[in-house]
Design a protein. Structure first.
Length: 199
């Protein structure tokens, strides 16, 4: 199914399936959308705004997870959430590797459904915890089964993963930072104007 066929659903989304501004669901996230800057693997700014949105149900699950992390002295830092389909096409044109980039002509990214997040954890001082690799590392260093990660990185990624799974997310092996709502199959890829969420 082509992307344009998925996008037909944009006008039939029910209120239950709506997108929400993440900071209005929970104010204690740290949001650093990498693709709204040039600090990403493309070296260019791809998002016109740093507004962070998700499907409402996905955002609520993430907020619940963040509350559990906060009790342990951490917070979630968000590198990516909803991703417009045109950006996914740019990614695919640059990195035609299905391990890391979803082909937009074969269903596209769960990010473009508003049901996936790329995240890490920070401590009470806002410092990122040690993880297996940096963000968007397209190598085996980012794999969850990387045998060469440090014990500290393994402990931190296991903590991140266990709590996210507990609150309704699933993982992929190739990117330790990537989490998908287990209910993502209920939704479609949509092309929305996130600037409409600007207050």
């Amino acid at each position: 199914m082509k992307l344009k066929e998925y996008s037909k659903e944009v006008n039939t989304i029910s209120e239950d399936n709506c997108f929400v501004l993440l900071k209005e669901i929970h104010k204690c996230f740290i949001i650093e959308l990498r693709y709204a800057t040039d600090n990403n693997f493309t070296g260019q700014r791809l998002y016109q705004t740093d507004i962070c949105v998700l499907r409402k149900a996905t955002a609520e699950k993430l907020a619940e997870a963040n509350e559990e992390f906060r009790k342990l002295g951490y917070r979630v830092k968000i590198w990516d959430a909803y991703r417009p389909p045109y950006v996914q096409k740019i990614f695919w044109d640059m990195v035609k590797d299905k391990r890391f980039i979803a082909n937009p002509d074969e269903g596209g990214s769960i990010h473009s459904r508003g049901c996936a997040v790329d995240i890490t954890l920070v401590d009470k001082n806002g410092q990122e915890l040690e993880m297996p690799s940096g963000f968007d590392d397209f190598s085996k260093n980012a794999f969850r089964d990387n045998p060469n990660m440090s014990e500290e990185a393994r402990k931190n990624v296991e903590l991140l993963t266990s709590i996210m799974i507990k609150h309704g997310f699933t993982t992929i092996n190739e990117e330790w930072w990537h989490f998908e709502d287990v209910d993502a199959v209920k939704y479609f890829v949509v092309d929305i104007d996130v600037s409409l969420f600007r207050k």
